[in-house]
Design a protein around this ligand. Structure first.
Ligand SMILES: Cc1cc2nc3c(=O)[nH]c(=O)nc-3n(C[C@H](O)[C@H](O)[C@H](O)COP(=O)(O)OP(=O)(O)OC[C@H]3O[C@@H](n4cnc5c(N)ncnc54)[C@H](O)[C@@H]3O)c2cc1C
Length: 459
């Protein structure tokens, strides 16, 4: 009977364990988790901190009991420290310092990622936080409750920084976001400028800093975020949302090679260069479907799928990770922004011949109450018409994510813009139009490329 050891009990690790047991019900599957929170949705933490989710327990994808009822052994508060790939042993330290050695036939490393906090914050002042784990959220939650801070500075304007700008505003704080280059760099400026406006509309101050050089205590007892010699911004607390880096220390003790973004290099079956060792989730590279090469795209969606592939193969299967398109969506106050595939600039760099159009249309029939404006930017290859990417922005009731997912599906199915136009998509006036906005944008793309100017596709 194969003995599978999985290190990491979040999206990738638990997905691996569940898939292995699904395929090999007699397999002996053990999951080591460094903390006390297996299978929690860290993606839900901003909504816990905003108060929209009142009980953190409900963030569990599955309870510990549900995981164990699948025949999986979970060892909480066990940090794996060293892998011996020859003897097939993992050395771990349990809470209280007790050392344990655990053997394996196959090992899945799903150790995730850790905050990539700037060097100046190495010695963390009280009131300075990161948000990556359940524990990070509890510490921040306690601070909010105990000290009742009135203002916050968020360093970083990626999706977590912006979700937290929304969350802390809802929690009653006055929020400043310090931006290095542009707000939400994952989309083009025409859309990120609208996100910036949405932040301002909700009294979030946006400061263009270039680069933050330090954080120090200021005279008022709060914190001062310094940006060069002259400028600084004050907050009662500071949240560093400056990105993450893959947690590869354990994999490196096994001799696993690192690749793009310093993540563990894997093949399409999530195998590493070390026999019988797999890696999945935010600690591992991501195969990109369109680029046909590895990238680093740490997302919960990807972690679940990679974990499933690693678990299947560790149990003796032959699965392949199909790849990511970087499909992602974020809600910021009333706005939702989504993207899938490549931006125009990325498509160019990758050797495509991209052509991009923008279209603004009502999300549903304008005569039905509540219609709002939906913006879409569609990128496809000028010569082959292959769909390469889309960015969408609209009100959070405007089915922005569904529409991005239609494009993601089209890209996965190697469809052209012409194919998009002939898709049989659903319609009722409160939700869409006979030609869905995605199809209006596809039509626009074909018309503008063909030199026919603006289309008439409003029926
Ligand atoms: C605030 C926030 C919001 C997010 N929102 C979204 C979203 O809306 N959509 C989306 O797709 N993604 C989102 N993400 C990203 C998503 O949460 C991650 O991509 C996903 O959690 C990665 O899962 P993972 O299993 O690879 O790693 P992690 O979640 O990082 O988990 C790593 C696991 O490994 C354990 N571990 C680490 N080292 C050891 C060790 N040495 N020994 C034992 N155990 C160890 C940890 O305890 C943990 O259980 C968000 C992330 C954050 C922080």
């Amino acid at each position: 009977m194969a003995h599978l050891l999985i290190v990491g009990g979040s999206d990738a690790g638990i997905s691996a364990a569940l898939r292995a047991r699904e395929l090999a019900p007699s397999a002996d599957v053990t999951v080591l988790v460094a903390d006390h929170f297996p299978n929690y949705s860290v993606c839900g933490l901003p909504f816990f901190l905003s108060g929209e989710v009142s009980d953190w327990h409900t963030l569990a994808h599955r309870t510990l009991g549900q995981i164990e009822s699948e025949g999986i052994t979970v060892l909480l508060d066990h940090r794996a420290e060293q892998v011996d790939p020859v003897g097939k042993m993992v050395a771990a330290v349990a809470r209280g310092g007790r050392c344990r050695s655990l053997s394996y036939d196959r090992l899945v490393i799903a150790t995730g990622a850790v905050p990539n906090a700037p060097a100046f914050s190495a010695r963390r002042l009280p009131g300075v936080f990161c948000l990556r784990s359940m524990r990070d959220a509890f510490v921040l939650h306690e601070y909010l409750g105990r000290f009742e801070p009135r203002s916050a500075v968020i360093v970083g304007s990626g999706y977590i920084g912006l979700e937290m700008a929304d969350a802390l505003s809802r929690a009653g704080l006055s929020v400043t976001v310090v931006v290095r280059s542009s707000v939400l760099r994952t989309v083009d400026p025409s859309l990120s400028d609208i996100v910036r406006d949405e932040l301002s509309r909700n009294q979030v101050k946006v400061v263009d800093a270039g680069s933050v050089t330090g954080i120090e205590k200021d005279d008022s007892g709060g914190l001062s975020v310094r940006m060069g010699a002259q400028a600084s911004v004050h907050g009662d607390l500071v949240l560093l949302a400056t990105g993450i880096r893959p947690e590869t220390a354990l994999g490196e003790t096994a001799g696993a090679s690192l690749g793009v973004g310093g993540a563990i290099h894997v093949n399409r079956g999530m195998g590493t260069n070390v026999p019988s060792i797999y890696a999945a989730g935010d600690c591992a590279e991501t195969w990109h479907r369109l680029l046909g090469r590895y990238t680093y795209l740490p997302l919960g969606t990807t972690a679940h799928k990679q974990g499933r592939v690693a678990g299947e193969n560790a149990a003796g299967g032959h699965a392949e990770f199909a790849g990511s398109l970087g499909t992602q969506v974020v809600k910021i106050f009333e706005l939702v922004v989504a993207r899938t595939g490549l931006l125009h600039s990325e498509a160019s760099e990758a050797g495509f011949d991209p052509f991009t159009v923008d279209l603004e249309s009502p999300d549903h029939k304008a005569y039905y109450p509540g219609a709002t404006s939906l913006r879409m930017r569609l990128t496809a290859d000028r010569r082959t018409h292959a769909v390469l990417g889309a960015q969408l922005l609209g009100h959070y009731r405007a089915e922005v994510a569904k529409r991005a997912d239609v494009v993601a599906t089209a890209i996965s199915g190697h469809m052209t813009v012409d194919d998009l136009l002939s898709l049989d998509l659903s319609y009722t006036p409160p939700l869409s139009s006979p030609w869905d906005p995605v199809q209006m944008c596809a039509h626009e793309w074909l018309q503008v490329l063909g030199g026919s100017g603006s289309p008439n596709m409003k029926s």
